[in-house]
Design a binder for this molecule. Structure first.
Ligand SMILES: Nc1nc2c(c(=O)[nH]1)N[C@H]1C(S)=C(S)[C@@H](COP(=O)(O)O)O[C@H]1N2
Ligand SMILES: [Mo]
Length: 335
């Protein structure tokens, strides 16, 4: 099991490292030449690294520092993927299909006002506004591995709260068996939604789904931040799902609706290619993608993006505590 109890002394050490990263981020970015030598303002602009040649930080989406707890259970002894990479190597087809498109096209994305609706087979439908996302639940930091189906992976310090805490507030009816998620549909802001060509052939809005017991699992997170701050748009601001034992495409971004249902909901990548992407999409080194092996992955760390850093892929991405959810299920068939 890879999420291990971290000894107190270990935590202190990793916190020192984390703090150094948080506090010196702008300094580090400057050193790397990504931002100009302006004053270190207190308000942060998280995409200050500037891969487009402009020093003008006012062009960049503003993120805010968050208050959160750091449960030792969800700390990690693994090396974090540097923030600069987490926020610049993204899959978010609504903003374009290349890894660098989201950071380039999403900086003016409007996240406030926002509306997240929880409805369907519940006793108490709820609508959260932007402030609610940060005030209704206690925020905690959880460092999870993120394993993309394309066989690269990262280690990300997310901030958020469990999906279970939302679902419990809405009081699911006993007929609810699945949870369906939907991303914002707004072609005026999301260029990928304007045509099949720019959006990678996806029929928008992007939709995802989980079985209710998967949704209620304590590892399943609704994330509103990373690296100490609110999410930048390219990572799914203002709120996205994070299911660490499943391939990254399940972790749907910029969610506007969570609907409880009695039927297995359609999911975007399964609709696009059902023989390549299943509903479950549990990380599994024993079940290859029809076009490539899933036995290993390229871990994105502090080296250049092309650095060879192959590591074996772990079943359920190392989160073996979820195995009982799939007892008796043939994981080769239900990929
Ligand atoms: N709405 C939406 N959600 C999405 C995607 C997308 O294209 N649109 N891409 C998915 C994929 S394939 C991955 S690997 C993760 C990437 O999350 P990150 O960019 O924060 O690392 O987001 C997932 N969520
Ligand atoms: Mo992915």
């Amino acid at each position: 099991m890879l999420i291990k109890q971290v000894k107190n002394s270990d935590i202190k050490e990793s916190q020192v490292t984390d703090e150094a990263v948080f506090n010196n981020r702008r300094q580090i970015l400057k050193t790397m030449g990504f931002i100009g030598a302006g004053s270190l303002l207190s308000s942060t602009s998280s995409h200050a690294f500037n891969i487009f040649g402009s020093d003008d930080e006012s062009q960049l989406f503003k993120t805010n520092a968050l208050k959160f707890t750091q449960p030792a259970q969800y700390a990690s002894s693994e090396k974090l993927t540097p923030e600069q990479k987490v926020i610049s190597h993204n899959n978010f087809y609504e903003f374009g299909t290349s890894k660098s498109d989201p950071v380039a096209n999403a900086q003016n994305f409007k996240v406030d006002p926002w509306s997240l609706q929880i409805d369907g087979l519940v006793e108490k439908p709820i609508t959260f506004n932007y402030e609610d996302l940060f005030n209704k639940f206690e925020l905690e930091e959880r460092t999870y591995r993120l394993r993309c189906v394309e066989a690269w992976s990262m280690v990300v310090p997310w901030i958020g709260f469990t999906l279970a805490s939302i679902i419990k507030q809405a009081k699911p009816l006993s007929s609810a068996k699945y949870v369906a998620f939907e991303t914002l549909h707004d072609p005026s802001q999301m260029p990928g939604q304007k045509s099949r060509f720019t959006g990678g052939g996806i029929d928008y809005p992007y939709v995802e789904g989980l079985r209710l017991d998967e949704a209620m699992h304590p590892l399943t997170l609704m994330s509103v931040g990373l690296y100490g701050k609110t999410l930048p748009p390219q990572n799914g601001a203002p709120i996205r799902l994070v299911v660490p034992w499943k391939y990254g495409f399940k972790s749907i971004k910029s969610v506007v609706r969570i609907r409880l249902t009695d039927k297995k909901p359609p999911t975007t990548w399964n609709q696009l290619a059902r023989n390549e992407y299943g509903f479950y999409a549990n990380v599994n080194p024993e079940v290859d993608h029809p076009r490539w092996s899933q036995a290993s992955e390229r871990r994105i760390t502090s080296g250049g993006l092309l650095t060879r850093n192959r590591i074996p892929t772990l079943k359920f991405n190392g989160y073996e505590e979820v195995a009982p959810l799939y007892a008796g299920l043939n994981l080769n068939k239900h990929y």
